[in-house]
Every structure is written in structure tokens, then in C-alpha cells.
Design a protein. Structure first.
Length: 70
């Protein structure tokens, strides 16, 4: 049995936490921008840290598992 949780959670968080897609912290002109479709270096760093923290909490601390197959 293969645990698909890290792969699916990583994909989902990568899409949702892409800077500028849904929101961007810090924005180019404001602290938080929504749906700007632009990014900067600071926003990439902040979103990377958010991704790491949420991914770690979901996979290790909470222990989400998705098993498929035989």
C-alpha cells in the first residue's frame, strides 16, 4: 500500500499557495493583495515558509494518510 497523502497535499498546497494566485503576502503595493497574478521575492519566501509549516503540520503532526491499491 502506498501513502499518497504527502504527494496530494503537496500538490494542493503548491497550487493554493502560489504567490499571486489567490493572495500574496506581502503584496507589491499593499500588505496583502488578492488575485494580483504578480509576485516578488519577499512573497515567494513568505509563501514558501507557509507551505513548509502547513505541509509539516498536516503530514507529521496530524498524520494524514491516504492509502490506495491492494
Amino acid at each position: 500500500m502506498v501513502d499518497w497523502a504527502p504527494i496530494l497535499l503537496g500538490l494542493l498546497l503548491f497550487i493554493l499557495l502560489s504567490p499571486g494566485l489567490l493572495f500574496q503576502i506581502p503584496g507589491n503595493t499593499r500588505h496583502v493583495e488578492f488575485g494580483s497574478f504578480t509576485t516578488n521575492g519577499k512573497a515567494m519566501l513568505v509563501h514558501t515558509l507557509i507551505f513548509f509549516v502547513v505541509f509539516t503540520l498536516l503530514t507529521l503532526a496530524i498524520g494524514i494518510h491516504i492509502y490506495t491499491g491492494k
